[in-house]
Write a protein that binds this ligand. Structure first.
Ligand code: ZN
Ligand code: ZN
Length: 149
């Protein structure tokens, strides 16, 4: 197996993982939601020692709150990984930063007590292969999914 790599959006920070990804979780807690600005956060949980920063270490920014520390690219803002004193020796890689995340499926959802009510319905909502065209944007807002027309 070739080793797993990842990077931030601007590419200034790159990393490799020396152990295989086995545990992927979707975290629905309020802490992750507000820290990341997304409905829920998907992480690959790994031993911290298996994360090797290949380049851009000096550009890593750190945000600390309570027991958690989030590391992000200080140039483009991409969250890369976080660590938490509750889980010593572990780190959580932000799944979206992996170079090839397509074939690895999350194993479980955690903190479902604070999961947003609509998350379980995602598969049933209108899905468009690309972004909404400028000319359709108003139509989507007013009339729902363009595919349905
Ligand atoms: Zn960056
Ligand atoms: Zn969380």
């Amino acid at each position: 197996m070739s080793r797993c790599t990842g990077a931030c959006h601007c590419g200034e920070i790159g990393y490799a993982l020396t152990s295989k990804i086995t545990n992927i979780v979707n975290c629905h807690c309020n802490f992750c939601r507000t820290m990341n600005g997304s409905a829920f956060s998907t992480y690959a949980a790994l031993p911290y020692r298996s994360l090797k920063i290949l380049k851009g270490r000096k550009k890593l920014g750190v945000y600390q709150r309570d027991e958690g520390k989030k590391y992000f690219c200080s140039l483009c803002g991409t969250p890369l990984f976080n660590v938490n004193r509750k889980y010593p020796g572990a780190c959580m890689i932000y799944f979206g930063t992996l170079d090839n995340p397509q074939n690895i499926m999350p194993k479980f959802n955690v903190w479902c007590e604070s999961k947003l009510g609509w998350v379980d319905e995602i598969a049933s909502i209108c899905s468009i292969d690309t972004g909404v065209k400028k000319s359709q944007a108003g139509g989507v807002v007013q009339a729902g999914c363009p595919k349905e027309r």
